[in-house]
Design a protein around this ligand. Structure first.
Ligand SMILES: Cc1ncc(C[n+]2csc(CCOP(=O)(O)OP(=O)(O)O)c2C)c(N)n1
Ligand SMILES: [Mg+2]
Length: 625
């Protein structure tokens, strides 16, 4: 039996019956499709989405990049077992996907991208919005999606959709391979009819596998842990992807090995678990970074070992330090010349815990006392950051974080990606549940927060979802607020106004850049942007897009506004201006370095001084072999 449908109709119908399965639970792989229509998808996928509106929910986006962010937010909150598709017109609609695709791929989060493409049959070249490539007739702007996609195909004939769609789903559901998957769809092919074999539309269940460890690698790993005096776990995003948090807690409780976390891994242990020592690396806690400096075995679980985690190769100072990398991807398992333990995080931790339990392996009492004391001292520092200041004055950013910390319970989720908030949150935030801390720091993309919060809320409608945004991030991508208003998706935005790029301003100063071009201020004498703040009212801007906005000027008002927003069942924004002068205390400074190369020659004294300091840091870098 065959069924006659267009390519677009066949694709939508196929996607509606793909499922994932893991740990006995089954869910739709593609829960909905986001779309902005233009020529290139309006008559193909657009028509198919009307035809199949009963089986494929649709969300109307405002910007193609932010639609991908929403899909990523949804997929991450769904533990990568479910995601969204994103359809675009050709040309600018398609190339607007590139940043979102890169973000998805960096973070190993599945999204399905369906950009329209130029005519396969080329009856009228060039079509509107076509960029012609004189030396290659088979290249379109969609080829810019190749390097940022884990699978890319262009469906130039109807029957090619069958293998192409199956490969796309294979990659989306593969825990090692997954990321952005792109099926470029020439607009003429989308509308073309074909007689499809009925079986193409049968329900298909894709098992998201949990491979166990190789026995030899496991034996070596057990030997390494047993021999270690000062072991330290570094929990990465893979712990969450695998839902290995309970397995990690069991490992930590049994062995008493302390657990530090990357931005993606924070929340792997609850903040009050005795073995949780907080964030690690450039934005880490003093507790974790001191343990890292003296560790003899560092056990990475589901981490890519980015420069923020390793302090650009300077953090792990013990001359005898070795790495053990439990990772489902061999690529990451072999990093830092570590012992690879290639396995799913939950399976691998379970096997490791079982083997160590047989030997009754536990960290020494003196080591436990040392990190327990250090953890207590850091907690006091967090308290003083949160509590300092008068209730009647303008808050510092840590006090803003503290006000939210005091309000939320374990059901709240915070979403953040860029600016100075990620550093403050990594150091200060007390994660009360495994999925409370949603930081996108693989791509650290300004503008992610608001659309991603919408995606998270779609995956977890009963939870309070907070997008924490700086003024710079807000200005980059506020437009999906309209979508939240349109669909009644009651996200909460905490908008922190400090008149520019505070994070990059601080960085600029430390590297001899003198805060050049980092403030949103009028030019002062001499032309630098250090004059008065701009007469820009971001609260009014959010209100103009349909959001309810609560303005808070003081710590007291902020607490009240946050509580009111939390109770609201409509999209609500809390707007607060923070105190940024040098005389008030902010978050604790960086406890470890980060490599941002400084001008090797310059006339300005600030750069010359910064270079001297830079060279001292560089000399401490190690290559672990
Ligand atoms: C899309 C994108 N462009 C540029 C950057 C580089 N960048 C990182 S943080 C930042 C400034 C963020 O400003 P804001 O949101 O106001 O936060 P603040 O630094 O003031 O806390 C910039 C420009 C980025 N991360 N993402
Ligand atoms: Mg700012």
């Amino acid at each position: 039996m065959t069924i006659r449908l267009t390519v677009a109709q066949a694709l939508v119908r196929f996607l509606a019956v793909q499922y994932t399965a893991r740990d006995g639970a089954r869910q739709r792989l593609i829960g909905a499709t986001w779309g902005i229509f233009g020529h290139g998808n309006v008559a193909g996928i657009g028509q198919a989405l009307v035809e199949y509106a009963d089986v494929m929910p649709y969300h109307q986006g405002r910007n193609e990049q932010s639609m991908v962010h929403a899909a990523v937010g949804y997929a991450r909150q769904s533990n990568r077992l479910s995601t969204h598709a994103v359809t675009t017109s050709i040309g600018p609609g398609a190339t607007n996907l590139v940043t979102g695709a890169a973000l998805a791929t960096v973070n190993h989060v599945p999204v399905l991208l369906l950009p329209g493409d130029v005519f396969a049959t080329r009856p009228a070249d060039p079509v509107l919005q076509q960029l012609e490539v004189p030396y290659a007739g088979d290249v379109s702007v969609n080829d810019t999606l190749r390097p940022v996609s884990k699978y890319f195909d262009r469906v130039t004939r109807p029957e090619a959709l069958i293998p192409s769609a199956l490969q796309a789903v294979r990659v989306l559901t593969d825990p090692v391979e997954t990321g952005a998957v792109t099926l470029a769809l020439p607009q003429d092919v989308q509308a073309e009819a074909y007689d499809w074999p009925e079986e193409f539309f049968s329900t298909r269940v894709w098992t998201v596998r949990r491979p166990g460890a190789d026995p030899t690698e496991l034996a070596e790993a057990v030997r390494a842990v047993r021999a270690a005096r000062r072991p330290l776990v570094v929990a990465g995003g893979g712990v969450h992807h695998s839902r290995a948090e309970d397995a990690l807690a069991e490992f930590a409780s049994l062995t008493r090995v302390p657990v530090a976390s990357t931005q993606a891994g924070k929340g792997s242990l609850r903040h009050d678990h005795p073995q949780d020592v907080g964030g690690i690396g450039h934005t880490g806690t003093a507790t974790a970074d001191e343990l890292a400096r003296t560790a003899d075995l560092v056990i990475g679980v589901g981490t890519r070992w980015t420069d923020f985690t390793t302090a650009s190769g300077t953090l792990f100072e013990n001359p005898d330090v070795r790495f053990l990398n439990l990772n489902i991807a061999p690529f990451d398992g072999h990093k830092l010349a570590g012992l690879p333990l290639v396995a799913d995080a939950r399976s691998g931790l379970g096997e490791l815990t079982a083997a160590l339990g047989l030997h009754g392996h536990r960290a020494a009492d003196s080591y436990v006392t040392e990190y327990t004391e250090a953890k207590r001292r850091w907690e006091q520092r967090v308290d003083s950051c949160f509590e300092a200041g008068e209730p009647g004055v303008r808050p510092t950013q840590p006090q803003v974080v503290g006000a939210l910390d005091a309000l939320v319970d374990e059901s709240d989720i915070i979403v953040n990606a860029a600016g100075s908030l990620p550093g403050d949150l990594h150091k200060l935030w007390r994660a009360r549940s495994h999925d409370q801390y949603h930081l996108e720091y693989g791509y650290s993309c300004m503008g992610y927060e608001i659309p991603a919060a919408i995606g998270v809320k779609l995956a977890a409608p009963e939870r309070n979802v907070w997008a924490l945004v700086g003024d710079g991030t807000y200005l980059m991508m506020p437009t999906e607020i309209v979508t939240a208003v349109q669909e009644g998706i009651a996200i909460k935005i905490l908008l922190v106004q400090n008149h520019g790029y505070a994070s990059i301003g601080g960085l600029s100063e430390s590297v001899g850049g003198e805060r050049f071009g980092t403030a949103y201020r009028f030019p002062a004498d001499g032309g630098s942007l250090t004059g008065a703040p701009l007469p820009v009212d971001l609260a009014a801007n959010a209100a103009s897009l349909g959001m309810r906005v609560l303005r808070a000027k003081t710590v007291r008002e902020l607490r009240a506004a946050l509580a009111e927003a939390r109770a609201a069942d409509t999209p609500t924004c809390v707007y607060v201006e923070t105190e940024t002068s040098d005389t008030v205390s902010g978050a604790p400074p960086a406890q470890a370095w980060w490599d941002v190369p400084v001008a090797e020659t310059a006339t300005r004294p600030s750069a010359v001084k910064a270079r001297e300091l830079y060279e001292r840091h560089v000399s401490t870098r190690r290559r672990h072999l």
